[in-house]
Design a protein around this ligand. Structure first.
Ligand code: SAH
Length: 217
């Protein structure tokens, strides 16, 4: 590797460390496990080449076809809310770049991530394989139907805006499991978490306003 190349890399590394420090100070990154996943994964490998220098700015970035990779703070918030355990099996709706799935792959046993757009699904698969994430399966399809083949899931994360939480996803969550989703119309949603009770009911919590690209059918 050239001297110049090394310099660029350590630049990204120090920007990453600074971002992680800020996310901890702001209270979005809270637990050692999630912090270690942020240290491990390289967000610059999940964004298009022309945005690489902005990979450690706390902003969403375009990933093509009108879609976005979420801001690091949003990935931190959602990942912390999922309360991941090493044995968890997780379903994600909206693979996008694959970055959220990569963070989760470091924390749990298995991640299934469904992506509506075949081109983005291929790109996510590529990014994940380059990042060495072997416990993630990318599925092309409509994630609002879930992935019945692998149910029940310990945790479910929806990373596109949905007017309400699809019944199929509630059904595919195991009792005691957690589902999180941006719920609301296209331009403003409320980040919502559900915990499934053993009687099949749900405890719902509203966390904050957020903006995600809409779920498509
Ligand atoms: N989690 C992603 C960001 C998701 S952006 C990341 O880490 O980069 C939202 C994604 O949801 C887009 O890629 C969009 O194509 C996808 N999407 C929209 N509707 C969907 C559906 N019904 N099923 C699965 N994916 C969907």
């Amino acid at each position: 590797m050239s001297f110049f190349g090394r310099g660029r890399e350590s630049g990204a590394e120090s920007r990453k460390q600074r971002l992680i420090r800020n996310l901890r100070e702001e209270g979005w990154l809270r637990t050692a496990r999630v912090i270690s996943a942020f240290r491990k994964m390289r967000r610059e490998d999940f964004v298009p080449p022309r945005y690489r220098d902005a990979a450690y700015v706390d902003e969403p970035l375009p990933i093509g076809l009108g879609q976005t990779i979420s801001a690091p703070s949003m990935v931190a918030i959602m990942t912390e809310l999922l309360e991941t355990k090493p044995g968890d099996k997780i379903l994600e709706v909206g693979a996008g770049s694959g970055y959220q799935a990569a963070i989760l792959s470091w924390l749990v046993k298995k991640v299934y991530t469904v992506e509506f757009d075949p081109h983005l699904a291929r790109q996510a698969e590529d990014n994940l394989s380059k990042a060495g994430c072997k416990n993630v399966e990318v599925i092309v399809g409509d994630g609002s139907k879930g992935y019945p083949k692998a149910k029940p899931f310990d945790k479910i994360i929806i990373t596109c805006a949905t007017p309400d939480i699809p019944g199929a996803l509630k059904d595919q969550l195991r009792p005691g499991g957690i589902l999180i989703a941006p719920v609301g119309p296209p331009h403003s949603q409320i980040l919502t978490s559900l915990r499934k009770r053993s009687d099949g009911g749900f405890e719902e919590k509203n966390h904050m306003y957020c903006v995600f690209v809409p779920l498509r059918h």
